[in-house]
Design a protein around this ligand. Structure first.
Ligand SMILES: CC(C)(COP(=O)(O)OP(=O)(O)OC[C@H]1O[C@@H](n2cnc3c(N)ncnc32)[C@H](O)[C@@H]1OP(=O)(O)O)[C@@H](O)C(=O)NCCC(=O)NCCS
Length: 215
């Protein structure tokens, strides 16, 4: 059993533990504190949530990470909405970073999304986290954010040959990704206390999310 790694669908009995891990993984990482645990908590009851693509990774029988998906769309200039899926958040418990667990989890989820017939995955994040799986900036396909801009941190992965080749437009993300922030403080207070800190590396995130793709 030692070091046995398994990936399986998330079950309701996992929810609270998964939220604890997400909270720890994101705490003070991009902003002081974190909101991703609330995001996942509310996302699960949204109509755009994809429970069949929500996975937990276990090491020696204990959940050490999770990944979640919601529906997303590419809105073409003609106004058609092409369905795709959005990956995120994904989290591995901080003590176990850089041991290959994220790779196992993300690779599993990509295979499952492909097996379920989805066209493409879109996400936002640091390029160094997602380039290893083949994600590239959506500028490659002339797919922008709703503001018309291309960002290096907005990436996509086509799930079959040519899946995005004749498609351009703007990305439409689900409302599920924008929970009511006014509930965060009360929700967070139900978790063990952790100190919110302003840290230098948070600036790096601010820069990364605003970086326009000039290539
Ligand atoms: C992102 C995250 C899930 C990756 O999980 P992980 O188990 O640490 O990742 P892995 O060990 O499987 O790394 C796989 C590859 O991703 C890349 N990578 C992962 N973390 C990286 C980092 N901090 N810096 C540079 N490359 C990184 C590397 O190519 C790595 O391969 P390598 O270790 O052989 O070089 C984890 O770091 C995490 O939970 N972070 C906090 C939450 C977060 O930022 N989530 C992503 C935004 S939604």
């Amino acid at each position: 059993m030692k070091n046995m790694i398994t990936v399986r669908n998330e079950q309701p009995s996992d929810y609270r533990w998964v939220e604890e891990i997400i909270r720890k993984a994101f705490w003070n990482l991009y902003v002081p504190g974190a909101s991703e645990h609330l995001l996942v908590h509310t996302m699960r009851s949204h109509e755009d949530y994809l429970p069949e693509l929500s996975f937990v990774i276990e090491q020696e029988g204990e959940i050490v990470g999770s990944i979640h998906f919601t529906r997303a769309w590419i809105v073409t200039p003609a106004g058609d909405q092409i369905p795709i899926v959005h990956l995120g958040p994904v989290a591995i418990t901080p003590e176990l970073h850089r041991q290959g667990l994220g790779r196992v989890l993300i690779t599993h989820a990509i295979h499952q999304a492909r097996a379920l017939g989805h066209r493409a995955i879109v996400l936002g994040g640091f390029t160094y986290h997602y380039h290893p799986y083949g994600f590239v900036s959506t500028k490659k396909w002339n797919i922008s954010m709703p503001d018309g801009k291309f960002y290096t941190g907005i990436m996509a992965l086509p799930l079959y040959d040519g899946a995005l080749d004749d498609i351009s437009g703007t990305i439409k993300l689900s409302d599920a990704l924008y929970p009511d922030g006014s509930t965060l403080e009360a929700f967070d207070a139900s978790f063990p206390p952790m100190e919110k800190l302003t840290l230098p590396h948070q600036k790096e995130f601010e820069r990364a999310v605003a970086q326009v793709d000039e290539d």
